[in-house]
Design a protein around this ligand. Sequence first.
Ligand code: BTN
Length: 264
Amino acid sequence: MNNTDKNSSNPYLNIKLPEGYNLIFFSEIDSTNTYIKENASTLQEGTVVVANHQIKGRGRLGRSFYSPSDTGLYFSILLKPHINVSEALNITVAAAVAVSKAIETSTGEKALIKWVNDIYMNGRKVSGILTEASMSGQNNTLNHIVLGIGINLSIPEGGFPEDIKDKAGAISDNSDLTFKTYLLENALEEFNKIYMNYSDKSFIEEYRTRSCVIGKTVTVLQGDITYSAEVLDISSDCSLKVLLSDGTIKYLSSGEISLQGDFS
Ligand code: BTN
């Protein structure tokens, strides 16, 4: 896949970036996550790759992420943190807090987090996060993390595709460049604030208060197994504490689990 127009007429030239960050723009790309993954060794930490349109936008669990031109914000950040592999799992949690706060600042409306990394407004998914870590095979240490974020700004002309139309939503009806730039600035600033103080873990409490699943009955999809559970809490390691119908309490870690339910 040829990625086109790198930095050509970059519309984000005047964006305010946190210190140490730099931005690469593509009008069209296969996937901003894939681009960073393929170039991670030559890119600096804090490189943000933004695309106006992704041809092969990728989501969690091997799914695709619908990324049409103009109506969404699609970006990935390269991180090279000095943390251990288990702490890296919480980068997604930090990003979910940052994105929900940035959406609220930009729209003035509440954005909630569906464990573990979807952002919901008015019962519809408006944003998804895909975190991909690269480890060194030898001693299982972390080489880098690619943090990819997609936000639906407005509903695409003709609506969302059939397979997501009942679930997907948008944060506003505005997808002009000024709004997009403001949202991206806010998201990077919020994420960087958390990332700079990552070890204090205060973002986990914030994550809990922004959760839209606590107290809800959800369907847990784990491989071929499906069961119903009531969400009791999110624990300090961000696992989901659930109560099953037979009275068993279980702690679910993100891995291969999806949830279904009413997240309004
Ligand atoms: C999900 O909802 O399953 C996660 C979606 C993540 C989408 C973003 S858009 C920018 C970055 N590039 C990708 O290919 N995916 C992420």
